[in-house]
Design a binder for this molecule. Structure first.
Ligand SMILES: *[C@@H]1O[C@H](CO)[C@@H](O)[C@H](O)[C@H]1NC(C)=O
Ligand SMILES: *[C@@H]1O[C@H](CO)[C@@H](O)[C@H](O)[C@H]1NC(C)=O
Ligand SMILES: *[C@@H]1O[C@H](CO)[C@@H](O)[C@H](O)[C@H]1NC(C)=O
Ligand SMILES: *[C@@H]1O[C@H](CO)[C@@H](O)[C@H](O)[C@H]1NC(C)=O
Ligand SMILES: *[C@@H]1O[C@H](CO)[C@@H](O)[C@H](O)[C@H]1NC(C)=O
Length: 342
């Protein structure tokens, strides 16, 4: 089982990063994970005792510093570049606060990889944000594939006054910059990207409170956190554990040399989440929002996941995703509540 190849995972204490480390270890890889502080590393292991002594942690304080990863790339066979420097709050200057950091953060890993001859591939966590055309009516029934690109231009991104549009643009520009960098520099390794939509799944990474949940899980949490708020959201989701396995696939598959992998478990609505969870956890009915009567929009755009399936990726069912995520969210919330009592 053990192939002992070494993978550098940037952002290993993040929501996706922690699961990527687990998937890689399950496949017999060795994992070196970058963290901002050793406290975060210790917290990850405390939350997941099975990871004890399994990950080699290295400190990278500022992922945007030039050559941030230069000292930690040594002897690595692969890189999974997941860390993202994003601050989405209080953006007053798209270029300086969002676009440049996204691009620089992505290129810094590629520049480091040039210095290690062993590196065969750098997998970059991109996003459906780099693919979707967010100027269109979401009810256009369109099916996105790996061939599509978010059409926003750099100039439009600089002047966008909508935070979400600017965030999506930063993901697009970062992925484009990586692909252009590879074309221009012709390094000794290739790249691939994993492009997920909304990512649900059990959070196994260090968090300060339930408020620090990632945007996607925040949507699910709102449905089950006792507020009885019923948000009416419909989009496309994927399980974080599938995203993690997709990273392993993107690292191994010869078909994905300089390729792109769109991952999706299918459409979701907050209505379907509350239905599934009220059915599965009848004893929790008083904290789970009631489904609203907003009908499911069959014409909402979808994502084509056939490439990932043809390469062997097996997806969690949406029911399993909601159930496992809810159980973990309640568990983490209970731990935070207990910690407050002492
Ligand atoms: C954003 O701005 C608000 C209001 O000025 C402030 O309360 C908040 O702390 C800021 N958030 C961050 C992350 O800087
Ligand atoms: C990004 O990189 C460019 C070119 O190296 C540099 O001029 C700029 O200051 C960097 N920006 C940030 C936010 O690091
Ligand atoms: C994006 O949507 C707009 C508005 O419908 C359309 O004009 C444009 O052609 C689309 N661009 C791409 C690349 O699909
Ligand atoms: C998830 O949220 C944490 C903050 O809790 C942040 O550090 C991390 O970058 C986010 N990850 C993703 C994939 O959005
Ligand atoms: C539940 O979620 C809603 C909406 O995000 C939020 O306003 C509320 O404070 C949350 N309640 C708890 C107990 O976390």
């Amino acid at each position: 089982m053990s192939n002992q190849q070494l993978v550098l995972v940037t952002g290993v204490t993040g929501f996706i990063g922690a699961h990527v480390a687990v998937s890689l270890l399950n496949k017999g890889y060795r994992v070196r994970g970058t963290v901002r502080t050793m406290d975060k590393a210790n917290e990850l292991v405390r939350l997941n005792p099975e990871l004890k002594d399994k990950i080699e942690f290295v400190i990278v304080k500022d992922i945007m510093a030039p050559y941030a990863f230069k000292d930690v790339i040594k002897d690595c066979d692969y890189v999974c570049h997941i860390a993202s420097p994003f601050i989405v709050e209080n953006i007053t200057n798209n270029k300086d606060q969002l676009l440049d950091p996204a691009v620089n953060g992505t290129l810094s890993a590629l520049e480091a990889a040039v210095t290690e001859p062993k590196v065969k591939r750098v997998v970059i966590t991109s996003s459906f944000a780099a693919i979707g055309n967010f100027t269109v009516d979401p009810s256009n029934g369109y099916t996105y594939t790996e061939k599509d690109w978010n059409p926003i231009t750099y100039d439009e991104a600089v002047s966008a006054n909508n935070g979400i549009v600017a965030y999506c643009a930063s993901k697009k520009l970062a992925e484009k910059a990586a692909r252009e960098w590879v074309k221009e520099k012709q390094p000794h390794f290739d790249i691939s990207t994993v492009n997920p939509p909304y990512v649900f799944g059990p959070p196994i990474h260090p968090m300060n409170s339930m408020d620090s949940l990632n945007t996607s899980n925040q949507i699910l949490w709102t449905v089950i956190n006792g507020s009885k708020v019923q948000p009416s959201i419909q989009h496309v989701e994927v399980d974080v554990r599938d995203v993690a396995n997709a990273h392993v696939l993107a690292l191994e598959s010869p078909h994905l040399s300089n390729g792109r992998l769109l991952v999706s478990c299918g459409p979701f609505s907050t209505n379907s989440i509350s239905k599934v969870l009220r059915d599965r956890f009848p004893e929790k009915k008083d904290v789970i929002s009631e489904p609203s009567d907003v009908p499911f929009n069959e014409k909402h755009y979808t994502l084509d996941n056939s490439l990932s399936k043809s390469l062997g990726l097996k997806y969690y069912s949406e029911e399993q995703t909601y159930i496992d995520t809810a159980a973990k969210l309640w568990e983490r919330a209970e731990q935070f509540a207990k910690a407050k009592l002492y």
